[in-house]
Design a protein around this ligand. Structure first.
Ligand code: SAM
Length: 276
């Protein structure tokens, strides 16, 4: 007898690299649902074939989600069970699916998670950074000005920060993080998790940014960047930075005073400027 209830939406995590990171429950679910809504049917097929899953696939990606959702909800209302998968990891986590889950819930359809891999959580589990409180920021804006302004907003957060980043921008983003969070803030670059070239590098931001900038191999593959939250050390720097800023401010315009106080103490320049 099927263990998959009819008329439900099964949100199924798939591997982020290693093909065997698909849970036994995920395999049974994907075999037994009426249809699998996949972000890219061509991408998912080899994984499904590897696990002897021959359930029909339909496409649900960022470009058709708005239109596809109604039809999928109607199918579930008519009694079909549907599984949602994305190219890798947990659907909806920097991946499509939000609209479908929202519409399904609004229609009173039960949404059932089948948990599994997620790059952010896998990276956090081996980073050695505080994991009691963390914030997932997804991808930073690709343009430098918007990225820096997002990082500025996060500069005072005491929680561990987790970012997804494209390999093309990882060096640039680490350099911005060094400038904004400070050279000594601890950070981790987790690359190619569960794959052949899996690498987890943990260093203060200045060293990590320099190492990645100097080594093109560290700018390949899929990356998660984790940064320790602002700690007491940073608070002490800011207190000292503000003290120096106040002294310099008596002789200098605020931008120049903030720049010099930041260089002397390592406190973030913008925060000093804001204390004006
Ligand atoms: N839904 C996925 C999840 O649950 O992690 C994330 C999908 S998002 C489109 C893809 C990004 O996740 C990559 O650019 C990278 O930042 C991160 N990622 C995915 N797989 C990874 C891996 N094996 N190692 C490191 N980062 C990975």
């Amino acid at each position: 007898m099927s263990s998959v209830q009819p008329g439900c939406l099964w949100v199924v995590a798939t591997p982020i690299g290693h093909r065997d990171d698909l849970s036994a429950r995920a395999i049974v679910t994907l075999r037994e649902v009426a249809v699998i809504a996949a972000e890219d049917t061509r991408h998912s097929r080899p994984l499904l074939v590897h696990h002897n899953i021959d359930t029909p696939l339909i496409a649900l990606h960022d470009h058709n989600e708005r239109d596809a959702v109604d039809a999928i909800v109607r199918r579930m209302e008519a009694g079909d069970s549907v599984a949602l998968i994305s190219d890798a990891g947990t659907p909806l986590i920097s991946d499509p699916g939000f609209r479908l889950v929202r519409a399904a819930r609004a229609a009173g359809i039960r949404c059932i998670p089948v948990p599994g891999a997620c790059a952010a959580i896998a990276a956090l589990s081996v980073a050695g950074l505080p994991s009691d409180r963390f914030v997932f920021e997804g991808f930073l804006p690709p343009k430098a000005a918007a990225r820096r302004s997002r990082l500025q907003e996060l500069g005072g957060d005491a929680r561990t920060l987790i970012f997804y980043e494209s390999s093309h921008r990882v060096a640039e983003s680490l350099a911005d993080m060094r400038d904004i969070f400070g050279a000594t803030r601890e950070a981790v670059l987790a690359r190619e998790l569960t794959k052949m070239f899996e690498t987890v590098l943990g260093e203060p931001l200045a060293e990590l940014a320099a190492r990645v900038a100097a080594d093109p191999d560290q700018q390949r593959g899929e990356c998660v960047i984790l940064v320790a939250g602002r700690g007491e050390e940073a608070d002490a720097k800011l207190v000292e930075g503000r003290r120096i800023f106040a002294i310099l401010r008596e002789e200098l315009p605020p931008a120049k005073a903030a720049k010099m106080a930041a260089a002397i103490t390592g406190a973030p320049r913008k925060e000093l400027y804001r204390s004006e």
